[in-house]
Design a binder for this molecule. Structure first.
Ligand code: XMP
Length: 527
């Protein structure tokens, strides 16, 4: 399979020096309409040249350039004639490599810092306010710019906070332009990309779609393709993209395991199909799943059963499709996967691994189904995937959807999963979602699991009668990436409305409680 991370767009390389900022820089470059790729700092000048980049951004890093074992960089990259922007540690790497001096002044700068432009600010800072707030995080500082370089900014303790050479197209800033706390950060990146490096802002959803369509057609030819739809954003967009390219050569498969939220199946079967025209097979597997889940209370066991049964259901459809295709002399050769760029980066991969057997997203498929993968989102970040989905006309309810775990409501019932309990949770969850959306909180909240404590009962009173019902837990969290999270401060009146409606409209529930635990120590899900 060809390497799907490199597209027709020549990249801007973002060199990762081990800071948490490199991915963010890559995203900001994309926001400026320019295709970016992350590369490790161990990349050699020859490897850089082979990628034919239009520009290079050196990221920040945790080390001091003088520290033993500090992330090294092949200095001859600066001689390639490719425009470079150094940021923070990358700025110091650049200064040192080009003959400037870097030292420890003893004055650390951390957080919001006032910077003053010098000499008009040059090509990267020109036109910006002379005094601005920038986000700093450094101990060392550049004390002297390399010969032939002009200084463009300073702070109270850092005499050289930005420099550059118009002739060499090499620039650097000590601060972090990629974080929102830097007043004009995005403009620094845009000035570098568009004005210094002369790169047009043509990395747009429309262009990405056009390129991917061409690529998919080339890869697939006249073979048939299968895609598993989960109702989530990534599979919805990758499937729609492939459908746009090859139409009815694609069959999408949606497994209804009975653990879906209210309206989800309809969303896929009706709205998604109506907007994309995708040929869809729904597998009704609720009875099978619930049968296997009967009596099971351990979360990990639930996950295992759901995962296993999902694969079984999907497998059966594939075997049917393959048999059908073989009968008519066609080949089913490809499987669509919604792998995103952060997954590719995190698994240390560049080029795609061609064989499904090495992939765990879908899991162990039978030996005789030797699929090749189509991963049209491999080069994209989540926000780009959403933009493409919108461009393809996928309903907002799917494209803007918050994360939802594969095992579905099965891991949001603490206790045994039964059909009745699922019905209760589905109603409560639908009410909470409706009210949070109505309150305009969908952007503030990363996701809000609604959990049924099925094995807990408490006494309540309703009308004249005593009740003995179950509690529902609301778990609204704010997060960047689900690795850490904080509980969202949802306004009291919104919580009151949700609580009122759930206890009035769902008879089995007589108490609504709020989870006010951050992650860590609590996970986002309860199971
Ligand atoms: P936790 O609960 O570990 O969740 O803080 C982090 C993120 O992962 C989601 N999650 C899952 N997703 N299968 C999935 O596909 C799972 O078994 C699973 N468990 C948790 C969770 O919703 C959150 O976004």
């Amino acid at each position: 399979m060809t390497d799907q991370t490199s597209t027709e767009h020549r990249p801007v390389l973002v060199v990762d020096f081990g800071a948490q900022y490199a991915q963010l820089i890559a995203r900001r470059v994309r926001e400026a309409g320019v295709y970016s790729e992350l590369v490790p700092h161990t990349i050699t000048a020859a490897e850089v040249e082979a990628k034919r980049p239009l520009g290079i951004v050196l990221s920040g890093g945790p080390s001091s350039v003088y520290e033993e074992g500090a992330p090294a960089f092949d200095d001859s990259v600066f001689d390639l004639g490719i425009p470079v922007l150094g940021i923070c540690y990358g700025f110091q790497v650049m200064a040192r490599a080009l003959g400037g001096t870097v030292g420890n002044t003893g004055d650390r700068e951390y957080g919001a810092t006032g910077a003053t432009l010098v000499g008009g600010g040059g090509a990267i800072l020109g036109g910006q306010p002379e005094a601005q707030n920038v986000w700093m995080s450094h101990g060392d500082a550049v004390q002297q710019a390399p010969e032939g370089f002009e200084v463009y900014a300073r702070t109270a303790v850092t005499p050289v906070a930005a420099f550059g050479s118009a002739e060499k197209k090499l620039y650097g800033v000590q601060w972090h332009p990629e974080v929102k706390h830097s007043d004009h950060g995005q403009r620094v990146l845009e000035n570098f990309l568009h004005h210094v490096a002369g790169i047009p802002a043509d990395w747009t959803a429309g262009n990405v779609i056009a390129e991917q369509i061409e690529r998919i057609r080339e890869q697939v030819g006249d073979a048939r393709v299968i895609s598993a739809l989960s109702g989530g954003v990534d599979s919805a967009v990758s499937t729609a993209l492939v459908h746009e390219a090859i139409g009815d050569q694609l069959t999408a498969v949606f497994v209804d395991h009975g653990l879906l939220r209210k309206g989800e199946r309809e969303q896929v079967e009706r709205d998604y199909v109506a907007s994309t025209g995708v040929k869809l097979i729904t597998v009704d597997a609720a009875d099978i799943f619930l049968g296997h889940l009967a009596g099971v209370t351990d979360p990990e066991e639930k996950r295992k059963i759901i995962g296993r049964e999902f694969i079984r259901a999907f497998e059966q459809v594939q075997l049917d499709l393959v048999a059908e295709a073989k009968a008519s002399g066609e080949k089913v050769k490809f499987l669509v996967q919604g792998t995103l760029y952060p997954d590719v980066v995190e698994s240390g991969g560049g080029a795609g691994t061609a064989n499904i057997k090495s992939h765990h997203n879908v899991g162990g498929l039978p030996e005789d189904l030797d699929f090749e993968l189509i991963e049209p989102l491999r080069a994209l970040f989540k926000d780009e995937v959403r933009a493409i989905g919108r461009e393809l006309g996928i309903p907002e309810a799917i494209v803007g959807r918050q994360p939802f775990p594969g095992p579905g409501l099965g891991i949001r019932i603490v206790g045994e999963v039964t059909r009745e309990r699922l019905d209760v949770l589905r109603e409560a969850d639908a009410i909470a979602r409706e009210e949070l959306t109505a309150a305009g909180l969908d952007q503030t909240i990363w996701q809000c699991p609604v959990v049924l404590l099925a094995d807990v009962r408490s006494v309540g009173v309703q009308g004249d009668g005593r009740t003995y019902g179950h509690p529902i837990v609301l778990r609204p969290v704010s997060s960047e990436d689900a690795m850490t999270a904080d509980w969202t401060r949802v306004p009291y009146e919104v919580l009151a409305k949700i609580s009122n409606r759930i206890t009035n409209q769902v008879p089995e529930v007589n108490r609504v409680v709020l989870d006010v635990t951050s992650k860590p120590p609590g996970t986002i899900e309860w199971e």
